[in-house]
Design a protein around this ligand. Structure first.
Ligand SMILES: [Zn+2]
Length: 293
């Protein structure tokens, strides 16, 4: 891949015949201090360079999954409702999921499910257009119930951070599918509540429930982490971001799932990683984990 604004990756097939392509929907630049949270600059700066404003160049990665005759879009990018001033501060280029899909020859009206990992602006910003109409007219939008509840809750930390208006617009259009916990969307594709980053954050598991080794069936498994692990740089399980609302939960869940991913060789898709994906995770002899291409 080059570094164009909008790109689509080669399809990869996983257990159960699930096909996955990564859709690059633009760029944004989160503040490095927020992004790496408790991690000292001396450590993260070995992995990635910040720009002159102290920001990290990241991508807005969506997934296009095809399984059982259904098409699933994971994440909606920043969308276009965000104010120009905020776009500038956050260094957003692109971010419109419809423009991104059309640019790579995909028709947004063919999407059956839109999965939101959580309701922050860079994941749920493109649920609806400026007038409040769902950008994916034929899709059900899949959100964890706890995330939808937290968005409407009274916790001060969350005020103005969750895409509540967009959530409500999708609900009013009759297109919201609230799910609870681990749910199979179509055979081979599951969403799973992880919490940690936000109360109702969810990951997407692909082929993970399939028995390995069936004749003629690719047995690879994959995971989309959402912001539980936004890039390959955050694989060390204790590297919590300042944007993690429940850091203790995030560490516990990351530890459990990263251990599984390493043991079972899951292919990993990271929502903000600018590099080539997917990657696998392997255990190091020091008791940690690292990404391998
Ligand atoms: Zn994010």
């Amino acid at each position: 891949m080059t570094d164009a604004l909008h790109e689509i990756g080669e399809p990869r097939t996983y257990a159960g015949g699930v096909t996955v392509r990564i859709v690059r929907a633009g760029w944004f630049r989160p503040d490095a201090g927020g992004f790496f949270g408790v991690v000292p600059r001396a450590l993260w700066s070995r992995l990635v360079e910040a720009d002159e404003l102290g920001r990290i160049l990241c991508r807005l990665n969506l997934l296009l999954i095809e399984a059982g005759g259904k098409r699933i879009l994971v994440e909606t990018g920043t969308g276009t409702r965000i104010a120009d001033k905020q776009r500038e501060i956050k260094g957003i280029e692109g971010g419109d999921p419809v423009v991104a899909l059309r640019a790579v020859g995909e028709d947004p009206t063919t999407i059956d499910y839109v999965v939101l990992s959580h309701l922050h602006y860079d994941h749920a910003g493109g649920m609806v257009d400026r007038s409040g109409r769902p950008l994916f007219p034929n899709a059900r939008y899949v959100v964890q119930r706890e995330e939808a509840e937290a968005a409407h809750g009274d916790e001060l930390r969350l005020q103005g951070i969750m895409e509540v208006e967009q959530l409500d617009a999708v609900r009013a259009a009759g297109q919201l599918a609230e799910v609870n916990g681990e749910v199979e969307l179509v055979p081979g594709v599951r969403v799973m509540r992880t919490g940690g980053h936000t109360r109702g954050s969810q990951a997407v598991l692909i082929g993970v429930d399939r028995p390995a080794g069936r004749a003629g069936d690719p047995t690879d498994r994959a995971v989309f982490w959402g912001d539980l692990i936004p890039t390959r740089w955050q694989i060390p399980v204790r590297w919590t971001s300042a944007y993690d609302d429940y850091p203790i939960d995030a560490i516990e869940t990351r530890s459990e799932l990263v251990g599984k991913a390493a043991a079972e060789g899951w292919w990993c898709y990271f929502t903000h990683d600018p590099g080539a994906l997917p990657l696998r995770i392997e255990a190091t002899d020091k008791g940690g984990y690292r990404a391998v291409e």
